[in-house]
Design a protein. Structure first.
Length: 663
């Protein structure tokens, strides 16, 4: 679906503009956003385009933006491990794509600062606005970057944008970190492009730190202050009630201020209770509002207790996690909110509580959903077995953290993968993160622990037990490789019981969520998983549920239901174990159904329902065990052939269904 311009609320208070609709409104005290591209894979805008090599090359035509150009029929396909498969003589396709786009800007933007923002370009981008360089070329595919184009844009007139995109970077370290990797390599402007407009005096960005004790601090970065000013922050809860307020004065030209306040007994953010607050920031001169913006955030405190575990809000937690690529067969790395939402829901349906963004930062909308629906996130700097050099790495760490710093779902920063760690970048994360989240090193060789956490990949059951007997916290950021669904849930039950019971286990992250099968536009649209390299998901490419999906749902269930023999004379008593971290089972409900099973010759298969009921869960705190009587009539237990019990979450979602034969 194409839209000439698209409306979308990003993670800020904004007015989304369509050319000509703002007119002379040059005093809007908010950020205004004008999309030059579409907003996702289903809402695109055609730009002029020419590809240098490969398919459909050498001739000017059009391409949908955002997109991966291979999926639009241009260039050539590469899988990053091909240099392993075919040897070091393998040469990756290195085509360039040149984009041109003409657009108009509202005349009301004449007296405002204007920024050109790219959410993601693979891989190097050279940008010109009206024939002038927008700034230095950007290197690195998965990061939001922006240019101040105030003096280059012509408000109220026609403007020309030209972007030259190189699939392979001019920086060898970027290629080693991002391109020579175990995933499909694409090229193009694959995430949205838009303009941001601000009043001359404005708040550029905010970095929030909010603790479980109700402490709130915000680093506020202002631009263009022309005299003494005041910034006020108002914190509201999910019902819109004011929870706290603070203000601070700023001097002419001052660019940073820190606002502090305290919210008594806040609703804390966890994956089980994803309570979000809003912080509204207002820049003013006397009674006049100059600018306002808002951020969502959560009150929570992350801690690592060395030799003990990972703590959230003072409670030890274990990650039931999975690795996720940003991927869809028809569109490559260009996704949509619907796909992000589907993935978050599927992860939670499997009773997982965590996701590792492998091996690069995801689109920002995915993190919004993790915040609101509740998933713990490992946000990873790219570096698949090789690291960025320090010069480019410092820029990309800054871009990553500035974009993602206010997401309460982000628990750890991950500095690269399996040898893709540049240790000189470890301290950079804290430069932009006032909450000072822990940094980890995801690795596939022992002895690379960092911050008291060992993450070594693909240990077997016995070596896992040996590592846990050491003094480190063990969180494998990859384990039980799911190739052809031969891993993942296979063998997980024993692994998970070991992890759950051992005090120094912090859980782990399965590889991987989905099969990375791409629709090859050069091969009649057949799905290609690059031999054995990419069919390693719990789900298929279109999120088809494979066998592991159903097993994971039971193995990772936060409610364990066991019993002796059901039915007379044993009654209907369940033995329960509460494996939630923050939820009492009295917040859950248990729905029971008695059934008779189909017999040979019956017209229907499966079972028929005889009687059903629902009972509130018992008072069993997290980590404790107890019992529950379902209240099934004794006569029904004698007559029915089976009993099915479904435990439901406080939100009414089915957690797990178990069944027992009664006779």
């Amino acid at each position: 679906m194409r839209f000439p311009f698209s409306f979308q609320m990003l993670s800020f208070l904004a007015i989304v503009a369509v050319p000509g609709t703002l007119g002379a409104q040059d005093t809007q005290p908010a950020k205004e956003v004008l999309f030059l591209s579409g907003t996702d894979k289903d809402h695109t805008v055609p730009w002029d385009f020419i590809c240098s090599d490969g398919r459909r090359s050498g001739t000017w035509t059009t391409i949908e933006v955002p997109s991966c150009w291979e999926q639009q029929g241009f260039g050539s396909y590469d899988y990053g491990r091909n240099y392993h498969t075919y040897g070091k003589k393998y040469r990756f396709s290195d085509e360039t794509g040149t984009y041109k786009h003409n657009f108009s800007v509202p005349s009301g933007w004449k007296n405002r600062r204007i920024y050109l923002v790219f959410e993601g370009v693979m891989t190097d981008a050279e940008v010109q606005v009206n024939g002038q360089p927008a700034g230095e070329p950007h290197q690195g595919a998965f990061y939001r970057f922006r240019y101040d184009v105030t003096g280059k844009i012509r408000p109220g007139a026609s403007n020309d944008l030209e972007v030259k995109v190189s699939k392979m970077s001019a920086d060898p370290s970027v290629n080693r970190a991002e391109r020579y990797a175990d995933y499909w390599i694409f090229g193009g402007i694959f995430r949205p492009v838009y303009l941001e407009s601000f009043p001359v005096e404005h708040i550029e960005r905010v970095a929030v730190s909010a603790g479980a004790d109700g402490s709130f601090s915000a680093d506020v970065f202002a631009k263009g202050l022309q005299g003494p000013r005041e910034i006020t922050v108002t914190v509201t809860d999910r019902l819109g009630r004011i929870a706290g307020e603070s203000r601070i004065s700023m001097a002419k030209g001052q660019e940073k201020a820190v606002l502090n306040l305290n919210v008594p007994a806040p609703d804390r953010w966890t994956a089980e209770t994803p309570h979000l607050y809003k912080a509204r920031f207002v820049l003013s001169a006397g009674q006049k509002t100059l600018f306002e913006t808002e951020e969502k955030f959560g009150f929570r405190t992350i801690g690592i207790r060395h030799g003990d575990g990972v703590y959230l809000n003072g409670v030890k937690i274990k990650f039931k996690g999975v690795n996720r690529h940003c991927f869809w067969p028809e569109s490559g790395r260009t996704l949509s909110r619907e796909i992000d939402l589907m993935d978050v829901r599927l992860i939670k349906e499997m009773n997982m509580n965590a996701v590792r963004c492998s091996h690069y930062p995801p689109d920002a909308g995915f993190l919004d959903l993790c915040d609101s629906l509740g998933l713990y996130v490992l946000d990873e700097l790219a570096g698949w077995q090789n690291a960025y050099d320090t010069e480019v790495g410092e820029k990309l760490v800054r871009e990553m953290v500035i974009r993602d710093v206010n997401h309460p779902s982000v628990i750890f920063w991950s500095n690269g993968n399996e040898g893709g760690t540049n240790k000189e970048l470890d301290d950079d994360f804290a430069l932009y993160d006032p909450s000072d989240r822990p940094v980890i090193h995801a690795h596939h060789r022992p002895g690379n622990d960092f911050n008291g956490i060992e993450t070594n990949h693909y240990e077997n059951y016995y070596s896992t037990r040996n590592i846990l007997n050491d003094s480190l916290i063990y969180i494998p950021t990859e384990f039980l490789h799911g190739q052809d669904d031969g891993g993942a849930a296979a063998g997980l039950s024993d692994f998970w019981e070991l992890m759950w019971r051992h005090p120094r286990s912090g859980g782990g992250f399965l590889w991987a969520l989905l099969d990375e099968g791409v629709v090859r536009t050069d091969l009649g649209n057949r799905i290609d998983v690059n031999r054995v390299n990419a069919p390693d998901g719990v789900l298929g490419p279109h999120r088809e549920k494979e066998g592991s999906y159903y097993a994971l749902k039971e193995i990772f269930s936060p409610v364990k239901m066991t019993t002796g023999t059901m039915g007379p004379p044993f009654g209907d008593e369940l033995h329960l174990e509460n494996r939630f971290h923050f939820t009492n089972l009295r917040q859950c409900s248990f729905r029971w159904v008695t059934v008779n099973f189909a017999r040979p010759g019956d017209r229907s298969n499966g079972h028929t329902t005889r009687l059903e009921g629902i009972v509130k869960g018992p008072d069993i705190p997290p980590g404790e065990k107890g019992r529950l009587r379902l209240g099934v009539p004794e006569e029904e237990l004698r007559r029915a052939e089976g009993l099915m019990v479904t435990v439901q979450s406080p939100e009414g979602e089915d957690i797990l269904t178990k069944s027992w034969l009664l006779h």
